[in-house]
Write a protein that binds this ligand. Structure first.
Ligand SMILES: [Zn+2]
Length: 231
C-alpha cells in the first residue's frame, strides 16, 4: 500500500472535514447505525477521502478513513471503503467542483424516495436552497451500483439540484464546501418533513416558476454578506 503524496495540510483538512461532517450528520439524526457515507475530493488531486464500510458515523476516527482514487481503488487506509464508493467517485469524477458528497437515509426525505416522487417546491426556502423540486433519480439502482448508466442518472439529477433522491433508498447531495454539503442534507430533510405535514393537513400548491425565479434572483442579489473590498 502506498501512502499518497499530498501536502500534509491539505490532506489534514480533508480528513478532519470528513470527520466533522460525519459527526454532524449523526448529531442531526440524519444517519443511524452504520448507514450513510461522506466523501471529499482532496483539492488539486484525483484522490477522495471516504468513510469506511460498516462503521457508525459518530465512531469513525481519522485512522479509519480510506483514500481511494477516482476508479475507487484504495490507495491508503487499512479498512474497506464504503460499499457506495463507486457512486461517490463517479460523482467526484463528473462534478469536479463537488468538494464533499454526502449520502444519507434520512427518514422524511426517504419517504419521497420510497414513493419515487420529487419533493415539490412548496416554500421560498426550497426555492432559495435548491431552486425548485428535489428530483428523484431517473433510474432505480441497487446500493453499491457500478452500472454506468445508473451512475450517470444520479449525476444528471444532481446537476439539476445538488440534492437528489435515490429511488427506494435515500438522499445524495454534494456541496462546493463541506458546510454546503452538510446544510443540503439537513435542509432537504426539513423540507421533506414540512411537505409531508402539508400533504397531511391540506392540498398544498407548488410555487410557480416565476416565484422560483424571484428567489433565484433574491439569492443572487440580496442574500448573505457582500464580499468586503480590501485595499
Ligand atoms: Zn444507502
Amino acid at each position: 500500500m502506498v501512502r499518497v503524496n499530498v501536502d500534509f495540510r491539505v490532506l489534514d483538512e480533508a480528513m478532519e472535514s470528513v470527520l466533522m461532517v460525519s459527526r454532524e450528520l449523526f448529531e442531526e439524526g440524519l444517519v443511524k447505525s452504520t448507514f450513510g457515507v461522506v466523501s471529499a475530493r482532496i483539492p488539486d488531486t484525483d484522490y477522495v477521502v471516504i468513510t469506511p464500510s460498516g462503521f457508525r458515523k459518530e465512531k469513525v476516527a481519522r485512522d479509519n478513513l480510506v483514500i481511494v482514487n477516482l476508479d475507487g481503488e484504495v490507495v491508503q487506509g487499512n479498512l474497506r471503503p464504503s460499499s457506495e464508493t463507486p457512486m461517490h467517485v463517479y460523482i467526484h469524477k463528473k462534478i469536479p467542483e463537488a468538494r464533499c458528497v454526502v449520502h444519507t437515509h434520512s427518514p422524511m426525505a426517504t419517504v419521497f424516495a420510497i414513493l419515487e416522487m420529487d419533493i415539490p417546491c412548496f416554500t421560498s426556502e426550497q426555492a432559495h436552497a435548491f431552486e425548485g423540486r428535489v428530483p428523484v433519480v431517473r433510474n432505480y439502482s441497487y446500493p453499491g451500483t457500478t452500472n454506468v448508466e445508473e451512475l450517470e442518472s444520479i449525476v444528471e439529477a444532481l446537476r439539476k439540484s445538488r440534492v437528489a433522491l435515490l429511488r427506494k433508498h435515500g438522499v445524495i447531495t454534494y456541496g462546493m464546501t463541506y458546510d454546503e454539503a452538510l446544510d443540503n442534507a439537513v435542509i432537504v430533510e426539513e423540507l421533506a418533513k414540512s411537505a409531508i405535514f402539508a400533504f397531511l393537513l391540506g392540498k398544498p400548491q407548488e410555487l410557480t416558476e416565476a416565484d422560483i425565479e424571484y428567489m433565484r434572483e433574491f439569492k443572487r442579489k440580496r442574500y448573505g454578506q457582500k464580499p468586503t473590498s480590501r485595499p
